[in-house]
Design a protein around this ligand. Structure first.
Ligand SMILES: Nc1ncnc2c1ncn2[C@@H]1O[C@H](COP(=O)(O)OP(=O)(O)OP(=O)(O)O)[C@@H](O)[C@H]1O
Length: 211
């Protein structure tokens, strides 16, 4: 369970959000929604401990994430705006690298995973030569190669076409059905219904909302 209590985020003396509290339980998919610049990425950076909140606390399984970072990071898969793939390696080599980080998945068929993300026939191409959407697909293949219960995904669908979004939505449902958590942000409309998708809406504060 991920619990955030009374989070306040300040950037350059400007309050992005104040006293934001939420709980995400195993099996939930939650989308953070709001216009450009409202603070979605900033919220994710707080939640994963990359920056400190101005006020508030973040708990994983009732333990503050600052108390046991190592345990928290073992449970977390975070994909940010950058793809995090190595452009000089092929799609397959990138996956082989990710697989080495997850020994429990050493027997998974990487060709099959590349086919699942729509890269059959592109396995041996240097990723720098792939399109933006194909590069994003290589990065997203990591979702098939981990045991982490908590997925935090910052705009995972950037440059991904509709059929790719559908594949990922199904994967999120599968992850949630197994007790995982997906916390994501996207500007795309998702086809998941209210039963499967909750939302945290961030709104632009008043112009004079300064500390
Ligand atoms: N490191 C930083 N230092 C100062 N200001 C920052 C920093 N990071 C973000 N900001 C500011 O905080 C605000 C929120 O940025 P953030 O990236 O969280 O928005 P977002 O909701 O994710 O936007 P988008 O939908 O465009 O990705 C912006 O006005 C941005 O300029």
């Amino acid at each position: 369970m991920l619990r955030c209590e009374k989070l306040t985020c300040v950037r350059e003396d400007r309050v992005l959000f104040k006293d934001l509290s939420f709980v995400i339980k195993p099996g939930e998919i939650v989308q953070v929604e709001g216009p450009n610049g409202v603070g979605k990425t900033s919220l994710f950076r707080l939640v994963i401990g990359l920056s400190l909140p101005y006020q508030g606390d973040i708990f994983w399984q009732d333990t503050p994430i600052t108390d046991d970072r190592e345990h928290f990071y073992q449970k977390l898969l975070y994909l940010g705006h950058k793809t995090g793939i190595k452009p000089e390696l092929t799609a397959l080599e990138n996956l082989q690298f990710f697989q080495k980080l997850q020994p429990s998945h050493k027997n998974l068929d990487l060709w099959e995973i590349l086919a699942k993300v729509g890269l059959a026939g592109y396995e041996d191409i240097i990723t720098a030569q792939l399109s933006a959407g194909q590069q994003r697909r290589v990065a997203l293949a990591r979702l098939w190669l981990n045991d982490c219960p908590l997925w935090i995904l910052d705009e995972p669908f950037t440059a991904i076409d509709k059929s790719g979004v559908k594949v990922l939505e199904n994967l999120f449902l599968q992850h949630a059905a197994q007790g995982g958590i997906v916390l994501l942000t996207t500007h795309q409309d998702l086809s998941l219904d209210k039963k499967h998708l909750s939302k945290i809406i961030l709104e632009k504060p008043q112009d004079n909302f300064y500390v």
